[in-house]
Design a binder for this molecule. Structure first.
Ligand code: WTA
Length: 635
C-alpha cells in the first residue's frame, strides 16, 4: 500500500493512525517510493523532543535538486516548471520548462562554484519575485551551499544583521525591483548593509529594472556575464540527510531574529508529501502560491513542494492592487490557475473593493483555495468561498510556521469537511496536544490551551543557526518533551483545531510574523523616546495592527506630535522595514509596570483594543494610577 496520496476520509484516518503508531514505517515508505536517493538511510528516525536532537533518515545521501529537477526531465522535460507573471501586465509572461530550468540552475551552480562558494557556505539572497530567485536557491542547494533568503522588503540594517548572523560571504541581489508603480533600489540597500559586513567578498547582480546603480569594483559582478561563460554540466553534490539546506529568519518574542535551520531529507519528504495532499495536486494543474519566496510559505509551497512533484508553479512579481484590484483574478484567468494559495489579509483587502473586480474574470479553472499565515475570519472565509471559489472550491485553512517546515494542521480538499475559522485536523505524522499553564494536557473540548506537538515530524527545524540553546529554550522547555508552537488553540468535539492566536509577544501583521521587542528597540533609538511598548490590536484588513505606547524623555523640540510619529515610523522602517511601521502611536506618561519592572502587556492590549471593561488584577503594578491615565489618553 502506498501512503503518498490520501483518497478519502477513511483513508486519511487509516494513514493518520499508522503515521502516529509507526512513524518510521510510514515515513520510510513515503521516502523510499517517491524520492530518489544516492544511498538509503540506516534509521528513519532518531532522537526525541525531550532532547531536541531529532534526525530523520540518518546517513541517507541525496540531493534535493535532483529530486526537484533531474528526475523529471525524461518525462516532463518540456512541461512548464515555472510561469513567471511580471509586475506589469503588459510585459509578456515567461514560461520556463523543466529542461530550461535545469540548464539555468546548472549554470548558476557553476557560477557559484567559480566564485569560490563551497558546500556548507552560506549565501544570502535578496531578490524580488523573479525566476532568478528560484534559480539562485536551487543553484545553492545543488552545490550544497546553505541558502538564506532575506525578504526584499527588509531594511539595510535588518539585512546586515542577518548576513552577519549566518556569516554569508556572497550575496545575490538585483539592480532593482518592480513593485506596483514603484521601482525599489535593492542594490542601494545591499550597499548600505555591506558597509557593516566586510566579510562579504562578492555580490552577484541580476539585471531586472535597468536602474542606474553603483558598482563596487572586484566585488560586484553581473550574473549574466558569468552565466554566459558557465558550463551547463553539473553533478549535484552528495548531501547527507541532515546536512543543512537553508536558514530562514523569523521573529522571536525577544532579541535578534532566529535563523531557523532546515535540513535536507526530512524537509524534502515532508514538503513533497504535504504539497501533494494539501492541494489535491494532479499532473496538469497550474499552482499559484502568492507568498513571497522570502517567507517559509514561498520556500515550501511556491518552490520546493511544487517542483518536487513535477508541478507548474507561478511566480508573481507584483502586488494585488496593481494596476488595479482585479490583478489576482486576472492572473488566475490568464493562466487557468487550478489551486490558489494566499493570505487572509489579501482577501480582506480585496473584499473591500468593488465586486466587479472579481466578477469580471473567469475563475472557473479554480479547484482548491488555500489560506495561510494568520487566522481567517468568518467574513473573509465566506467572501473567498462565494466570490472566488464560487462555492465549488474547498478552502483549506493551513496552519503552520517557519519552524515547522510544512503545514501541520489543515483540511484536505474534497476529503475533510471544512468549517470556517477552523484549521481542522492534523496531517499524518502530526500529533498536536493542548497544554494548560500548569503543564497538564487538556482533554476537554472548547478550552483554549497552548498548542504543542508531541511527536517529531520530518519537516521540523533542527536548530537555530549558531544558538542551539536558544532553540531548546524557546521551543522545548516550557513543556518538556513537546514542541511549543507559541500559538493558542482550541479543539472542538470532533477534534478540529481552531488557532486562536499567539500567546507570546509575536504579532502577526498582514500574515507577517513580527516580534514586538525588535520594534521597541528600534523606536527607543529615537532621541526623544524614553521607552516604548508595542502590542497588537484587531485590524479589519491586516488581522492585527501595531499599537505603540511611547514615553518621551522631554517634549522640547518635538512638540509637533505628527512629526514625531512620522520620525518614529521612519526609524522603524530603517531598522526593520516598512512592514513593521506602527498603525497607532499613543504618547503616555508611563507604562504599566510591575514592581519587578515587567510591563503588563495584557493591560496595554486591552486598552489598544478599546476594551476598558476589566483589567484584571492590577495589584502588582508599581503605579496603578497610570492605567487610568493611559486609558483616558492623558500624558
Ligand atoms: C500564524 C507562516 C492561524 C500562527 C506559515 C503561527 C496562522 C505564525 C495560520 C507562523 C493559520 C500561520 N491560522 N494562524 N492558518 N498560519 N499562522 O512563521 O500564529 O511566518 O505561529 O509561518 O503564523 O508564522 P510564520
Amino acid at each position: 500500500m502506498s501512503y503518498y496520496q490520501i483518497e478519502n476520509l477513511e483513508e486519511y484516518f487509516k494513514h493518520y493512525k499508522k503515521s502516529i503508531r509507526e512513524p518510521k514505517k510510514f515515513w520510510g515508505k513515503i521516502a523510499e517510493e517517491n524520492f530518489t536517493w544516492y544511498q538509503n538511510w540506516d534509521k528513519v528516525l532518531e532522537g526525541d523532543l525531550f532532547q531536541a536532537n531529532v534526525k530523520w533518515f540518518s546517513n541517507a545521501k541525496l540531493n534535493i535538486v535532483k529530486n526537484c529537477l533531474d528526475r523529471h526531465l525524461s518525462k516532463r522535460g518540456n512541461k512548464n516548471a515555472i510561469i513567471f507573471e511580471p509586475n506589469n501586465p503588459d510585459e509578456p509572461s515567461q514560461f520556463i520548462t523543466y529542461n530550461e530550468l535545469y540548464e539555468r540552475v546548472c549554470k548558476m551552480a557553476n557560477v557559484l562554484l567559480e566564485q569560490g562558494v563551497k558546500k556548507g557556505d552560506r549565501v544570502c539572497i535578496y531578490l524580488p519575485m523573479i525566476p532568478e530567485l528560484t534559480i539562485s536557491i536551487l543553484a545553492c542547494a545543488r552545490i550544497g551551499a546553505i541558502h538564506s533568503v532575506i525578504f526584499a522588503g527588509f531594511s539595510a540594517s535588518a539585512l546586515a544583521s542577518r548576513i552577519e548572523d549566518c556569516g554569508a560571504k556572497l550575496v545575490i541581489t538585483s539592480d532593482g525591483a518592480f513593485r506596483g508603480n514603484k521601482v525599489l533600489d535593492l542594490k542601494a540597500i545591499v550597499d548600505e548593509a555591506l558597509t557593516q559586513t566586510p566579510e562579504v567578498a562578492k555580490v552577484l547582480l541580476v539585471k531586472r529594472t535597468n536602474n542606474k546603480i553603483n558598482i563596487v569594483p572586484n566585488r560586484d559582478l553581473w550574473v549574466d556575464d558569468l552565466l554566459a561563460a558557465a558550463s551547463s554540466n553539473s553533478v549535484a553534490e552528495v548531501m547527507d540527510a541532515e546536512d543543512p539546506l537553508f536558514i530562514l529568519y523569523t521573529s522571536g518574542s525577544t532579541g535578534k531574529p532566529k535563523g531557523m535551520l532546515h535540513t535536507t531529507a526530512g524537509y524534502m519528504v515532508y514538503v513533497g508529501y504535504t504539497f501533494k495532499n494539501l492541494f489535491n495536486y494532479k499532473e496538469d494543474d497550474i499552482f499559484w502560491c502568492t507568498a513571497d519566496i522570502g517567507w517559509i510559505t514561498g520556500h515550501s509551497y511556491n518552490l520546493y513542494g511544487p517542483l518536487l512533484n513535477g508541478a507548474t508553479t507561478v511566480i508573481f512579481e507584483g502586488v494585488p492592487s496593481y494596476p488595479d484590484f482585479g490583478r489576482f483574478w486576472q492572473v488566475i484567468e490568464k493562466h487557468k490557475i487550478t489551486q490558489f494559495y494566499t493570505a487572509p489579509t489579501a482577501i480582506r483587502a480585496l473584499a473591500k473593493e468593488n465586486l466587479s473586480f472579481v466578477d469580471n474574470h473567469d475563475l472557473s479553472s479554480l479547484r482548491v483555495l488555500g489560506s495561510v499565515g494568520e487566522p481567517i475570519n468568518e467574513e473573509a472565509w465566506h467572501w473567498y468561498n462565494n466570490h472566488v471559489g464560487q462555492k465549488k472550491c474547498p478552502i483549506i485553512d493551513t496552519w503552520w510556521q517557519t519552524e515547522t517546515g510544512g503545514v501541520l494542521i489543515s483540511a484536505l480538499p474534497f476529503i475533510t469537511p471544512t468549517k470556517p475559522t477552523y484549521a481542522s485536523l492534523p496531517l499524518p505524522g502530526v500529533l498536536p496536544v493542548l497544554m494548560d499553564d500548569k503543564r497538564n494536557e487538556i482533554d476537554d473540548n472548547q478550552v483554549v490551551g497552548n498548542l504543542c506537538i508531541k511527536q517529531p515530524w520530518p519537516g521540523m527545524a533542527r536548530t537555530i543557526w549558531g544558538d542551539h540553546q536558544r532553540f531548546i529554550d524557546t521551543y522545548f522547555t516550557a513543556f518538556p518533551g513537546k514542541y511549543f508552537t507559541g500559538d493558542g488553540a482550541l479543539r472542538d468535539e470532533v477534534g478540529y483545531y481552531r488557532i486562536t492566536g499567539r500567546v507570546d509577544d509575536v504579532v502577526i501583521v498582514s500574515g507577517h510574523n513580527l516580534g514586538t521587542a525588535p520594534i521597541e528597540d528600534a523606536i527607543n533609538e529615537h532621541p526623544a523616546v524614553a521607552e516604548s511598548a508595542i502590542v497588537g490590536y484587531p485590524h479589519d484588513v491586516k488581522g492585527n495592527g501595531l499599537y505603540g505606547f511611547v514615553t518621551l524623555k522631554e517634549i522640547g523640540e518635538y512638540r509637533d506630535r505628527n512629526n514625531l510619529i512620522k520620525e518614529i515610523n521612519e526609524q522603524i522602517a530603517t531598522s526593520i522595514g516598512p512592514i513593521a511601521k506602527l498603525d497607532k502611536i499613543q504618547f503616555v506618561e508611563g507604562l504599566p509596570k510591575t514592581r519587578s519592572g515587567k510591563i503588563m502587556r495584557r493591560i496595554l492590549r486591552k486598552i489598544a483594543e478599546g476594551d476598558f471593561s476589566n483589567f484584571g488584577d492590577t495589584s502588582t503594578l508599581l503605579d496603578p494610577e497610570i492605567v487610568d491615565k493611559i486609558k483616558d489618553g492623558k500624558i
